[in-house]
Structures are given as structure tokens and as C-alpha cells.
Design a binder for this molecule. Sequence first.
Ligand SMILES: Nc1nc2c(ncn2[C@@H]2O[C@H](COP(=O)(O)OP(=O)(O)OP(=O)(O)O)[C@@H](O)[C@H]2O)c(=O)[nH]1
Ligand SMILES: [Mg+2]
Length: 449
Amino acid sequence: MNETPAYIKDTIVAAATPPGKGGIGVVRISGVDAEDIAAKIIGSLPKPRIATTATFMDPEGSPIDSGLVIYFPAPGSFTGESVIELQGHGGPVVMSMLVQAAVAFGARRAEPGEFSQRAFLNGKLDLVQAESVADLIESGTAQAVRAAHRSLTGAFSTAVDALSEKLIRLRLHVEAAIDFPEEEIDFLDDENLIKRLDDCQKQFEALKAQTKVGRILRDGFQVIIVGKPNAGKSSLMNLLSGEDTAIVTEYAGTTRDILREQIDLDGLAVELVDTAGMRDDPDVIEAEGIRRAREALRNADAALLIQDASLGDDQTDYDLPEALPVITLRNKIDVSADSPGVARANPIVLNVSAKTGAGIGALRQAIKEIAGYADAGVGAFTARKRHADALSDAEMHFAAGRSALEKNKAGELLAEELRLAQESLGTITGTFTSDELLGRIFSEFCIGK
Ligand SMILES: Nc1nc2c(ncn2[C@@H]2O[C@H](COP(=O)(O)OP(=O)(O)OP(=O)(O)O)[C@@H](O)[C@H]2O)c(=O)[nH]1
Ligand SMILES: [Mg+2]
């Protein structure tokens, strides 16, 4: 029995293990001809789902390698098609000869992400789950691994589906009322309806917060360090990263290039960016450094604005991007003799010393809070910008519908906006997705995934 949909007619092959040398290398074949091709390479088709030793042969009948073969008949495989895994020795030439043999027997080399794409098209994974396969592989911290795995096993999809289900029920309710005009007016004033709208609103907000953390887990959080020359920016970066990356001297204007260092704040992957100190009369090299610092500011998720507390309060206008969250650090409190930690709450100002490490615990906490990461960990799942965009799109329609109801008692507009909101949510899991979007998503995967 083969349930492969008619629109996937060919059979694909690729090395599933990364290029390079290793003990084992796996070549994966998926599609309608997988059985045929396997029988030609190893002589006969092995029993389903049993690891079987075999010799792998090229089209001339001479052995390439020997190893294990596993046969997953459709639909019980990752892709939902018949899949053959050849587990040979992990050398790049061995792998390429095995792929070549499969191609000679009728397979086509897989495009990037094509195995996952087939899994999606065959209903084995939704879009979020397929994307989380890639995210799991790319994860940079242990927390990111766990979060990607939660997305893979459906935690994110379930949350999206739950909200989507609520929107659908609400819309059906609204549409039913529209069909009975004599009851519509009562219905639109119904407190129950307002409660349900509030409930959806809350769920939108919760999902947005989770998605924000999910994006940070996947993409990391970039924190740029800015301030006047000599304020202690490089000292702070070295202290936070525990590395001696940046040169520190008593001369103002030491750092000119942008320096980057990855740190792991309890599972939050933070990229610190050290920059040239900002001042009005820089030399040519420093001026270029300041220009680069300004450019880097545009990509940052947050900024640490370092001041030298021993020189009194810094009143300079750094002209930081308006939406950028900023933590102001009054550094060198070992000299100014201020007490370490929170000096002001909102916007946050912390007293620290990059020399003694005083106040750095509070700084680490403040960065996590700004990232919305303080209580992450449990139950978090990974998410992408695409998901966040779709979610705000959905929320926008929801808000438009709600205001149409509240301002104009326009039940029909509400129903229509609810439908659009639900459609936007559907692009997250792939219920509503264009071929073009699918192509873009899967082409970012690597070959063999
Ligand atoms: N006493 C004291 N000195 C510090 C502290 N932090 C930095 N310094 C000193 O301040 C001087 C400048 O430090 P840097 O880290 O190079 O400062 P910067 O902001 O990177 O300077 P530029 O790269 O020139 O913009 C060095 O002599 C550091 O040792 C601190 O907390 N306490
Ligand atoms: Mg510096």
C-alpha cells in the first residue's frame, strides 16, 4: 500500500548526515521508487523497520561500502513516503558514491529542506513543526534545544490552534446572529460577547509574549554597549563574557572596530556588541568606528549605556533609536563610592563596577527582564519572525473587528475581520499558506533535512 499523493511523483536522495568524516554516514532515499532503488543497490528489499546488514553496490555491481539498511514503508516514515536509510561509513566520497548510485537507479538529488517539505505536504508535520526541525538542529543553547523540541512536538501549534478555534466559534456565533436580524441588536449588546472578545484578547497577548521569548531562544538577543570613550564599555564586555576579547586601556578612544562576544545568560543566548566611544571630535579612524556603532544600533535588541559615575551624571544626548530598550549603567562605583545595584527603576539605571564586578548580578537580571526572558524556561517553545508577524497581523484584524462592533455595532464587519484573523493564524501552522511562502521557508533548510 502506498499513500503517497499523486503530486509527488519522483524519488529524492541526499546524505542526511553532515558533510565531513565520521564513524557513520546516512543516505536517505524517499519516494515512490525507494523500494526499487534499494533493491538494486543492496540486492533485495529488507524486512520493514528491521536494521539489516547489507553490501551497497554501484550500478556496475561493484561494492561501494557495507553497513545497515532500514526500510520504512509508506506512510510510516518521516516523510510519509517509503524511505530507505543506508547507514554506511561516514566519509564524504563514500556518501557521494552512494547518492550517485541512487541517482543512477532513478532518484533525484533532493533540494534543501525537501524531506521536511514532503513531511509537511503528507500531513506528517505542520509548518511550525517542520520549521522546528531546523531550529532544533541550529540551537545554540540547551534551553533552545528544549524549546525547539517543544515546538516540534506541537506545543506552539496547539496554542495557535486553540486561539484559532476560539476565533472560529466566535465568528460562527456572530454569523448566526446576523442571520436572525431581529435578534442581532440584543446579541451585539450581549455581555457574554464582550467577555469572549476579552478572552481572545488575553490569549493573543499571552501568545505574543510566548512568541517573543520563543524568538529570542531561537535568534538570540543582541545587546549593544555604547557610551563615551573611557567609560568602561570594553571592560564591561570582558567582564560579562569572561573573555579578554577587547583591549582596555586608560586612553580614551581605544576601541574602534565593532567587537562581538556570545554569552549564555541562564540559557538566553546574548550577543554583546562593544563599540567605539561616542564623542564630538574623533580622529578619522574613530569617526568610522562611531559610524559603525550607529549602524549596529539599528540591529540591536537592547542597549547598555555606560557612564563614568566618578565623573558625575552624563547629560549627553546619544540619540538612540526611540523604540530601543536602554539600561543605563553608572560604572566605576568603586571610585565614586555609590552602592551597587538598582539606582532607579524606570527607565532602569544600575550602579556597577566593571573593575570589581559589583552590581553585575543585577545587570544580568535586568538584561533577562528586558528580553522578557526572566520567567522563561518552563514550557517555552521556539518561534520565528514569520510567526510573530502573522500573529500581529491576526491581532490587528481582531482589533479592527472589535472596534467595528463597539463603534458601529457592525456585526458583519466583526465576522469578516475574525475570518481574516483566523486566516493569518493559519499561515503559522500552514493551514493557509501559499506555494511561494512554502518554497521560501523550505529553501532555507539544508540539504538532507
Ligand atoms: N576604577 C575603575 N576603572 C574602570 C572601571 N571600568 C573601566 N575602568 C578603567 O577605565 C579605563 C577605560 O576602560 P575601557 O574599558 O577601555 O573603556 P571604553 O569605554 O571601552 O573606552 P573606549 O574603547 O576608548 O571607548 C581603563 O583604564 C579601565 O581599567 C571600573 O569599574 N572602575
Ligand atoms: Mg573600548
